[in-house]
Design a protein around this ligand. Structure first.
Ligand SMILES: Cc1cc2nc3c(=O)[nH]c(=O)nc-3n(C[C@H](O)[C@H](O)[C@H](O)COP(=O)(O)OP(=O)(O)OC[C@H]3O[C@@H](n4cnc5c(N)ncnc54)[C@H](O)[C@@H]3O)c2cc1C
Length: 540
């Protein structure tokens, strides 16, 4: 329970976003800030996702904060794609370095928040009985933080151990000699497959939709790598802020079809060898817009899968078909496809042969019965809106956010929701968020919100609210761009398709960072165009 009960800002969540928000609002704006966090440690994604093989797939040296040049210079990343414990250590280091811990209340879930029209303040309630008020409520709840638990009958009857990648226990899990069933082949399932296969007696992977995964080509950093990165950091961070998706790749304007076939193949070979996300963002400009261009890249990846996986039937099952590469969150891996050449690993296609029931000893599909000691669910998240809607947030007139978003999320710039004054949503739906290297998206949002809070304070306003008109126009723009992209051609979590009953809406802004940033800056420069400011006279 907190002693103090009135704040300038309440921040929900203590991952990359919440930690930076606290630092920015408290140390730059000198505001009185309280952070609430469900977990009993900081780090968000990197606190919760402790499964074997969990690591980032943006590269370490730009999957980090850029706001403090000193921090960037002093922290040493061990390699290209650090594992979860190292990123968790980094975020704890940031927490201590900037003395953030004293304003974070851990093990506390925000359950509800209600806006009071008369005072222009939020009342925020938690599962530990806190009821605090704040002028502003800033959600830093994460886009991939509400785990999705599949509704398969019999789950409670299973006699063995059950693990979810998104809430993997802290204590080491020993899978030696165990028969393991792994359900789900998104990014987490793909990362977890090789290390689990290396330990378990037998691993059976249940796949509904195959994914296009690219080699990560992880390697440890040598001291000369560190020195080179640190010498170039200003330019690296500048590029991340200018590029389409927050990566420090120099912009490409080359279109796939403009390059002769042989040269194209060489470019793709080079990108494949380099590994990582560059294949999607750093080779050709049109992979996410032009279906024909995308099919060339898609077929290139399928060929690699067929070359790697020895059993032709398994290879074919692993080859994604029917949706474009990049339209689902693209995973990268270390030896994922190679793992299917092991004698102790098999693949089951649950698209053709769905899981019907979990039994006390394993599970049953339509045509077969499997026995396991351990079940691992890598079944993803109720993305982008899940954690927001799991709180009972009520705006003016007591309208719940769940009602305002009953047909899918609508926001202005992904930063605010009409009818919910003084609420800001870091990396909210309608912003580039998950389509970017996220620390860059997070810093841009926090900086923008901080600028806005400072402006309101300087001008004497106590209330800011997106107008319905501005929100409608933005929502239409987001939809239009999304419909013109290839993202809508896959049943992905980007469009809510992984959650039964969730409205099918393209949630992230697909227009890329430069256009988005320009728009946010223009709105700010025009005195927060599209927002209604108020409350000055009321004093709130
Ligand atoms: C396995 C995995 C790998 C990833 N790899 C990458 C990558 O390589 N590159 C990339 O750009 N992105 C990656 N992401 C996305 C990742 O989520 C972001 O990069 C980043 O960590 C998001 O930070 P955040 O602070 O916005 O949210 P999170 O890190 O999700 O933190 C949100 C926090 O809010 C807390 N919270 C939520 N609701 C409440 C509530 N009601 N009350 C109190 N607390 C609450 C949660 O407990 C959580 O700790 C990955 C995601 C996953 C799951």
């Amino acid at each position: 329970m907190v002693e103090e009960n009135d704040f300038d800002v309440v921040v929900v969540g203590a991952g990359f976003a919440g930690l930076y928000a606290l630092h920015k609002f408290r140390d730059d704006l000198h505001m009185n800030v309280r952070v609430f966090e469900t977990g009993d440690g900081v780090g968000g994604t990197w606190f919760w996702n402790r499964y074997p093989g969990a690591r980032c797939d943006s590269e370490s040296y730009y999957y980090c904060y850029s706001f403090s040049p000193e921090l960037a210079q002093e922290w040493e990343w061990s390699g290209r794609y650090p594992e979860q414990p190292e990123i968790e250590r980094y975020l704890n280091h940031v927490t201590d370095r900037f003395d953030l811990r004293r304003d974070i209340q851990l093990s506390t879930r925000v359950t509800a928040a209600t806006f009071d029209d008369a005072t222009n303040r939020w009342t925020v309630r938690t599962d530990r009985g806190d009821a605090v008020t704040a002028r502003f409520l800033v959600t830093a709840v994460g886009c991939l933080s509400a785990p999705s638990v599949p509704d398969i009958p019999g789950l409670d009857d299973f006699a063995g151990d059950v693990y979810f990648t998104a809430t993997w226990p802290r204590e080491p899990v020993d899978l030696t000699g165990k028969r393991v069933g792994l359900i789900g082949t998104g990014s987490s399932g793909i990362q977890a497959t090789p290390p689990i296969a290396a330990q378990a007696a037998q691993l059976t992977v249940f796949q509904r939709t195959p994914n296009f995964s690219l080699p990560a080509r992880h390697r440890a950093f040598l001291s000369e790598d560190q020195a080179e990165i640190k010498a170039d950091y200003d330019e690296i961070f500048d590029l991340t802020r200018q590029s389409f998706a927050g990566f420090p790749f120099h912009p490409v304007d080359r279109k796939t079809m403009s390059v002769p076939e042989e040269e194209r193949e060489e470019i793709l070979d080079g990108l494949w060898e380099e590994g990582g996300f560059k294949f999607l963002y750093g080779g050709f400009i049109d992979l996410l817009r032009d279906a024909e261009a995308n099919e060339i890249a898609s077929e290139y990846i399928r060929t690699k899968i067929r070359e790697t996986v020895k059993d032709p039937e398994t290879a074919e099952l692993l080859c994604p078909k029917g949706y474009p590469y990049g339209a689902k969150r693209p995973p990268i891996d270390t030896d994922y496809y190679e793992t299917f050449n092991r004698d102790n690993v098999s693949l089951v296609d649950i698209n053709d042969d769905p899981i019907e029931v979990i039994t006390p000893t394993g599970l049953r599909t339509t045509t077969a019965e499997y026995e396991f000691d351990v079940l691992v669910f890598a079944t993803g998240f109720d993305a982008m809106t899940g954690s927001l809607l799991r709180m009972d947030i009520r705006g003016t007139d007591g309208i719940p956010l769940s009602e305002a978003w009953s047909d899918g999320p609508r926001t202005y710039l992904g930063l605010q929701v009409a009818g919910f004054p003084n609420l800001f949503t870091i990396t909210g739906p309608g912003s580039p968020s998950v389509l970017m290297n996220m620390p860059v998206a997070i810093e841009q949002h926090v900086d923008w919100i901080a600028g806005c809070l400072e402006y309101l304070r300087d001008e004497g306003w106590t209330r800011i609210e997106a107008t319905e008109d501005a929100q409608d126009a933005w929502a239409e723009h987001v939809t239009e761009l999304g419909e013109a992209s290839l993202y809508v051609r896959a049943n992905s979590w980007y469009v809510g398709a992984n959650i039964p009953g969730k409205p099918r809406v393209i949630m992230p802004y697909t227009g890329g960072q430069p256009m988005y940033r320009e728009r946010c800056d223009a709105v700010r420069d025009a005195g927060y165009d599209g927002f209604a400011l108020g409350g000055a006279a009321a004093g709130g």
